[in-house]
Design a protein around this ligand. Structure first.
Ligand code: AMP
Ligand code: MG
Length: 577
């Protein structure tokens, strides 16, 4: 009998499971299993105690079927680094840690509202095994995705999930389809020279920032959990020859889809056009419900949506001063989500040249260049789509791309007008925004707190140019000789809004201008404690950043709305993760 390759692999493994493989876990049903992994020598827990929540996790319907039914998988199923062709995924199991694993943090909201799990599950050993790659739920066949990408402007060829495993798809009670991925869970055919691992510091940063971005209202992948092991992982953090021992960590992260621009690029580059069509059709069917599958212009419509949503995403990043750090095409989601958090940073004092990643020597991904690299990446997407478009569609697609700049500009202006509490239209609004940004640039005023404090200060205080000490960012801004001129213009504009009041303005503005963002020093302080197995600050930050617009006592006590401490000035973040 012929079996599809993934099923054959699964059957082969399942048959072997009884002979020398880890025994079925989770009671007699054997619903969770330890993965065979590349080295079956990894010790697997021999029992699965029935704890509160454990049964729930074992019967949990996570499945890779929809992906495996749609796409061919890599014909080779051994786990070694190679060039892979004619497939979208390789079947590959996570490599369990050899040492003890500890839970650093979980997102209650993700567990309960996205994954339909009771929060009590986090206390079970099954959960710890599951989220660290020690066990795979029956029905899920772990996959590594084959993709390519343009890195720092040049085609880099095959990249792929070198340290991530897509462990299944979950459709929740709201009917939402979520793809679950472990990051840092071991080598795959795409690991190139890497060790397949992620260290604690970068995992804390990804866990905290992806959740924080969600609560800021920015499309992003989510994070369900973060675990740390005692397995040694060696990293040269600043690429200066100073190699240090760190610990391996795993984030369980979720997105509606993990496909990237690079997912299509690799297929176009290798001329696998049938497969590219199949991938595109799958993405459109699953994630672009407004596009009809029988529409001969569907790829064009898809492109148009990605152009528009990418412009939207980057404008949103700019509105909170977020610099992604590595805007390569392999890190740009086809669903226009923020994904693959690495050396990102929130800009502190306003500076369009802000580069969060110290490895980015050419400053390619400086914050002020993100809109341009968005265009570069969309152009690469267009190049990848061209073989599937007819001449007329190609021409239309180029025109769509030409509209990107305007779309970005419109969205940027909308967002900054909202940040300034300006309803309605006025031809001078762009000038008012640009004028303020220039004052901020000249005075190095804090980006986040300038907007937040403008949301908190009263019109009367502004009118009198009386800036209380607590508004430290505005005090910095106030040192500019043109500050009073800007204030006059701003107040005039505010007073045009009939029916508005100062209270209404401030309420409006405080719901869009965060008081708390994940500043580098906060993440660093949480990482330093986490390195000592004190996870309290990771958890505190996680809690606080769930309500970035609300003043919170614990956050104030921790100094999260104050001027960054002096020691934070020298903080650096590199690509090393
Ligand atoms: P990133 O910069 O994290 O987006 O990664 C770029 C590429 O390098 C992707 O293909 C990753 O899977 C791969 N990669 C990064 N770190 C590692 C690692 N430690 N081991 C294996 N592959 C890695
Ligand atoms: Mg990446």
């Amino acid at each position: 009998m012929w079996w599809p390759p993934w099923l054959a692999a699964w059957l082969a493994w399942a048959a072997g499971a009884g002979a020398g493989r880890p025994a079925p876990l989770c009671g007699s049903g054997g619903l969770c299993r330890a993965p065979p992994g590349p080295n079956a020598s990894h010790p697997a827990p021999s029992h699965c105690p029935r704890q509160r929540g454990a049964a729930e996790l074992c019967a949990w319907p996570l499945s890779s079927e929809s992906l495996l039914d749609t796409f061919p998988v890599d014909v080779t199923q051994e786990n070694y680094v190679r060039n892979v062709r004619n497939c979208i995924f390789s079947i590959v199991y996570p490599t369990p840690f050899k040492s003890r694993v500890r839970l650093v943090a979980v997102s209650k909201e993700v567990l309960e509202n996205i994954l339909d799990l009771d929060i009590s599950v986090k206390g079970t050993s099954d959960f710890l095994q599951f989220v660290s790659g020690g066990k795979v739920i029956l029905g899920s066949v772990p996959l590594a995705h084959r993709y390519g990408g343009h890195q720092f402007g040049s085609w880099a060829g095959q990249l792929g999930d070198g340290r991530a495993h897509l462990i299944g798809v979950y459709t929740n009670r709201h009917g939402e389809r979520w793809e679950l991925q472990l990051k840092g869970s071991g080598k795959t055919p795409y690991s190139r020279n890497g060790d397949g691992r992620a260290v604690l510091r970068s995992s804390v940063r990804e866990f905290l920032c992806s959740e924080a971005m969600h609560y800021l209202g920015i499309p992003t992948s989510r994070a369900a959990s973060l675990v740390v092991s005692d397995d040694d992982v060696w990293r040269d953090q600043f690429y200066n020859g100073n190699i240090k021992k760190e610990r391996g960590a795993v984030v369980l992260r979720l997105a509606k889809s993990w496909f990237r621009i690079g997912s299509l690029e690799i297929l176009a580059y290798s001329g696998e056009l049938d497969l590219q069509r199949r991938l595109l059709d799958f993405i459109i069917q699953e994630h672009f419900p407004s596009i009809a599958m029988n529409d001969s212009n569907r790829y064009l419509e898809f492109f148009s949506t990605v152009v528009s949503e990418t412009a939207n995403l980057i404008a949103l990043w700019m509105s909170v001063g977020f610099a992604h750090g590595v805007c390569n095409t392999d890190n740009f989601s086809l669903l226009s989500l923020t994904i693959d958090y690495g050396p990102f940073g929130f800009m502190e004092s306003y500076d369009p040249n802000f580069v969060p990643n110290t490895s980015d020597d050419e400053r390619r991904y400086k914050i002020g260049n993100q809109a341009n690299v968005g265009l570069f990446n969309l152009n690469k997407l267009l190049q990848a789509l061209k073989p599937l478009l007819d001449p007329r569609q190609k021409q239309l697609a180029s025109q769509i791309l030409e509209g990107y700049g305007e779309r970005y500009y419109i969205r940027f202006t909308e967002l900054f007008k909202t940040k300034l509490g300006l309803p309605g239209e006025n031809e001078d609004d762009n000038y008012l925004i640009a004028f303020l940004l220039k004052l901020m640039e000249d005075t190095k005023a804090d980006f986040t707190m300038t907007f937040r404090q403008l949301s908190e200060i009263t019109e009367d205080q502004l009118k009198e140019l009386h800036i209380p000490e607590e508004f430290w960012a505005l005090q910095d801004l106030g040192k500019h000789k043109l500050f009073s001129e800007w204030v006059t213009m701003y107040l005039l504009r505010l007073n045009r809004n009939k029916g508005d009041s100062d209270t209404k303005r401030r309420t409006r503005m405080t719901t869009v201008n965060p008081r708390y963002i994940l500043r580098n020093w906060m993440a660093e302080s949480a990482v330093q404690k986490a390195n000592l197995n004190d996870f309290s600050e990771v958890q505190l930050l996680q809690q606080i950043l769930q309500h970035p617009f609300q003043r919170q006592q614990a956050a104030e006590k921790a100094g999260y709305s104050l001027r960054p401490p002096a020691w934070a000035k020298d903080l650096k973040v590199s690509c090393s993760s």
